[in-house]
Design a protein around this ligand. Sequence first.
Ligand code: FES
Length: 116
Amino acid sequence: MAKQLIARVADLAEGITVKFEYVQDGVPREGFLARIGDQIVAYENVCRHLPLTLDFGDNHIFTRDRKYFACQSHGAVYDPLTGLCLHGPCAGASLKPLRVASRGDELWLEVVDTVG
Ligand code: FES
């Protein structure tokens, strides 16, 4: 299992997302973190409708009211706590969750390769 420091809790204000890059199965990928109440969530930044990032590279992932994540391409709306798509072309599918461990103020991504 690979571990990677991706952010500090102090950087993660509620209502913002923090993006990071990582490698899994030899493939460069992008993920994002968010704080929802007292929980920290992380997902791969890939919509479940088509393999596109939720944002257009501008870190615009939360809806305007900061209650949901939304894909900017075709409007899929995701529950930020579960990653479940609630509305849109991929309703019922879920974002791929990523495992994050906190050590003090540090947030560490834990990546396990699935092939090889
Ligand atoms: S690519 Fe996200 S809703 Fe179509």
